[in-house]
Design a protein around this ligand. Structure first.
Ligand SMILES: [Zn+2]
Ligand SMILES: [Zn+2]
Length: 163
């Protein structure tokens, strides 16, 4: 089964997520098994977030596999008795398989906790907030108040001190 669906609301975390309505490509196989229906396959979509260091946009391709067993309601009760967590047991609702919770689990767990626009993002300048990635040679001449006093003294000459 290949299908493209729109991403549901809130598919993600506080820092990164798949915007509502983004294409989510599902390539899934549904297999009838003893207990119910086994759904397996892959999910591909794209998440957008904010770099934790520089607040720049992070676009992350998501490509995760998904395997989920949907059990018949009468089997679900047995599984719970056998000690499985109730939350981990997904029930078949009639002939319908509600994929959204499984999709959510698969995608959200694949997202980075601390998204970075690039692995070595230098972040923001602590002085002025400029993105250092855009301006790698960025520096400020005055780093220490004591230097500014000295610069005041030196301002009669054209000499400038590099910090
Ligand atoms: Zn960044
Ligand atoms: Zn700066």
């Amino acid at each position: 089964m290949q299908r493209t669906v729109g991403a549901p609301d809130d598919l993600g975390t506080d820092v990164i997520g798949v915007p509502t309505g983004t294409d989510v490509e599902l390539d899934l196989r549904l297999e009838a098994v003893m207990e119910g229906v086994l759904v397996s396959g892959s999910v591909r979509t794209r998440a957008v977030g904010e770099c934790v260091r520089c607040l720049g946009e992070v676009v992350e391709d998501v490509d995760v596999s998904l395997t989920e067993l949907y059990v018949y309601p009468e089997r679900a009760a047995v599984a719970v008795e056998d000690g499985d967590d109730e939350e981990d047991v997904r029930e078949l609702e009639g002939d319908l398989v509600d994929l959204e919770p499984a999709l959510r689990d698969a995608v959200v767990t694949a997202l980075p906790f601390q998204p970075l626009c690039r692995p070595d993002c230098p972040g923001l300048c602590s002085q002025c907030g400029a993105r250092l990635a855009d301006d790698p040679d960025h520096s400020h001449e005055v780093l220490d108040p004591r230097w500014s006093a000295l610069q005041g003294l030196a301002s009669t000459t054209d000499e400038t001190k590099e910090s």
